[in-house]
Design a protein around this ligand. Structure first.
Ligand code: NAP
Length: 256
């Protein structure tokens, strides 16, 4: 599905941003304002009412590596920017394979992970299943803030109580003792403090997403001395990465 009408093709090189993140939207805003490139953002379509980035936007999977290769050829894409979320590893590996097959340049943006600082109390775990087995205790009131895709890992947690926050209603079964709130970030420190206090949260489960949009809950946990079960990132890239949107733009200049 494509949201903005494709303009008459100019000779401006066509750049594909694999998106779904704040940084991807920032890059799209910057590039859409330029006349020397045509930018297309691609969203997976996980969110029912996505915030559409500037420029042309397409939504939905490509159909694996083969589908992505066809898309890149059909749309005459010259450079791919992978600005997907640190936990979206499949699309990044597909992009690497498709770009190497076609000899296309790929700029991979990998925003820095959060690191614990003084007064943070983190228990690092490798994945959601490890997090689920760690928190399932009847005394725990858990703020589960991992999006909705991997909530299924917690569906058998019958002992703890969960406050689950997601943008859209999850399709996975929620834990027996839970309350769902549907809300979209960015989130602010005062609101997070108020929510954690009013729900008497004793433990937080978070992905180590990095970035600012969802960091307020980590700051709130620090202020209230609430421990955080922090899910480490999957290995995502096999190509060199940059950590800032500005670095992406610099690399793009060199390639164009
Ligand atoms: P994933 O596991 O890496 O990708 C699964 C499949 O979804 C891909 O194989 C691809 O389907 C499709 N896909 C993913 N990103 C796409 C994109 N930008 N454009 C078109 N198709 C895409 O990804 P995910 O973890 O499900 O995340 C989906 C999207 O949500 C990502 O774009 C990511 O940036 C965003 N997001 C993810 C998280 C998270 O925690 N995982 C959090 C915030 C935002 P085909 O194989 O059919 O091409």
């Amino acid at each position: 599905m494509q949201f903005a009408a494709t303009p008459t093709r100019t000779h401006a090189p066509r750049v594909l941003i694999l998106g779904g993140t704040t940084e991807a939207s920032q890059l799209a805003t910057h590039l859409a304002a330029r006349s020397d490139v045509t930018v297309i953002s691609s969203l997976a379509g996980r969110v029912s009412q996505p915030r559409l980035p500037a420029g042309i936007v397409r939504v939905g999977g490509f159909g694996g590596v083969a589908g992505l290769i066809s898309y890149l050829l059909d749309e005459d894409i010259r450079v791919v920017i992978d600005a997907t979320h640190p936990f979206a590893s499949k699309i990044s590996s597909n992009a690497e394979l498709a770009c190497s097959t076609l000899g296309l340049p790929l700029i991979a943006l990998d925003r820095a992970a959060w690191e614990p600082i003084e007064h943070d109390c983190w228990h690092r775990v490798p994945d959601t299943h490890a997090a689920a087995s760690m928190v399932n205790h009847r005394l725990n009131r858990v703020f589960l803030s991992i999006g909705r895709q991997e909530l299924g890992a917690f569906s058998n947690c019958e002992h703890a109580w969960f406050l689950v926050r997601a943008i859209d209603a999850p399709s996975a079964m929620l834990p027996a003792n839970s309350k769902l709130i549907l809300k979209r970030g960015p989130f602010h420190l005062n609101d997070e403090l108020q929510m954690l206090r009013s729900e008497s949260i004793s433990l937080i489960v978070s992905k180590n997403s990095g970035g600012t949009a969802s960091y307020a809950k980590i700051e709130a946990a620090r202020a209230l001395r609430i421990p955080v079960v922090m899910i480490d990132r999957p290995r995502k890239h096999n190509v060199p990465t940059v950590s800032q949107p500005g670095d992406v733009l610099q690399n793009l200049e060199q390639l164009l």
